[in-house]
Design a protein around this ligand. Structure first.
Ligand code: ZN
Length: 322
């Protein structure tokens, strides 16, 4: 097993050190989870929404359904003020992140973070202190003006991001590295289409047991994301017909003692992408890993193959082992 961690601009390959690191992480209980508690205890998830250029109500509903249906989570939602100009409301908006094991962002402020400095610091302290953060689709468009957010998500798109915000992640001869691409973009996608998600060959609890290649249902394929790229591990990618390159599709980021799971998949504009069994599996397992450092959820039945998509409503997904 060889893992590639991107630290700053360089690539470090140290199977021994990183394997030991992974073993330690696997032993670490999530915040609020005592070491002797059974893994069957529900993981507490806080979905953040309220601002997005997507139908965030529909995304929250679909996310909630998937997380509840797999039986591993209990889910609360913190909805931000609707009015961007209501300064009093924003000053008072302070979700209690520390009451949860993982914060799941379905939140996109378009690039200018409206949170109070205290609320920003609360999230930083929560993740740095060992909490989990899940970043899905347009959540990586958010808060381009907040350096610590960019650090936590590894890479992001749009939201005022420029080459000054960091590099692209690039797969060169099978190895993930960084490319500053000073003349390149900072977030883009072509027409929606089904695409193959391909394992990066890294053993990780989120993706272990998943097929090496599986066909994700019609979705936006984000390309040219950029950011600090610090302590990012790419677990899976997809070939982008537009850039003629592989773009990261499943990532993890280490931030202090915390774990970040990030997938750019999951555009809501029809049920296909978010009801793709592969997407649901990655989201549920990624959220579990971000919360606890381990994955107990099995690979659901009817997982897509390399040739065929599989779209199933969350309540009909079979998570139990046969
Ligand atoms: Zn989208």
């Amino acid at each position: 097993m060889l893992k590639f961690n991107l630290l700053g601009g360089g690539v470090r390959c140290s199977a021994l050190v990183l394997t030991l690191g992974a073993a330690c992480l696997a032993c670490m209980p999530g915040p609020g989870m005592a070491q002797d508690e059974a893994p069957a205890d529900k993981i507490r998830v806080l979905i953040i929404d309220g601002q997005n250029n997507h139908n965030w109500k529909e995304t929250t509903r679909a996310t909630r359904e998937t997380l509840i249906a797999c039986g591993r989570f209990e889910v609360d939602v913190a909805t931000s003020p609707a009015n961007r100009g209501a300064e009093d409301e924003w000053a008072a908006w302070r979700p209690s992140f520390k009451r949860y094991d993982v914060v799941f962002s379905n939140y996109n402020d378009g690039g200018r973070c409206l949170w109070s400095e205290q609320t920003k610091q609360d999230l930083v302290d929560f993740v740095a202190g060992g909490g989990g953060l899940a970043i899905v689709h347009a959540a990586n468009n958010s808060s381009g003006d907040w350096p610590e957010y960019n650090r936590m998500i590894g890479v992001g798109g749009w939201g005022g991001r420029t080459p000054a915000h960091g590099s692209h992640l690039r797969r060169v001869k099978g190895v993930w590295t960084t490319d500053p691409a000073p003349d390149g973009g900072s977030g883009s996608h072509g027409p929606q289409h089904a695409f193959v998600v391909e394992s990066a060959g890294v053993s990780h609890p989120i993706t272990d047991g998943l097929p090496e290649r599986w066909l994700h249902a019609k979705d936006e394929l984000y390309d040219s994301l950029r950011g600090p790229c610090k302590e990012v591990t790419v677990l899976a990618s997809a070939f982008c017909p537009k850039t003629k390159r592989h773009e990261p599709m499943v990532m993890t980021v280490s931030y202090g003692a915390g774990r970040v799971f990030h997938t750019p998949m999951g555009h809501v504009g029809g049920s296909d992408p978010v009801h793709c069994v592969g997407f649901q599996a990655v989201v549920a397992r990624g959220t579990e890993w971000a919360a606890t450092g381990v994955v107990t959820l099995p690979v659901p039945e009817a997982f897509p193959t390399a040739e065929a998509t599989s779209v199933v409503a969350p309540s009909k997904v079979k998570w139990k082992r046969p």
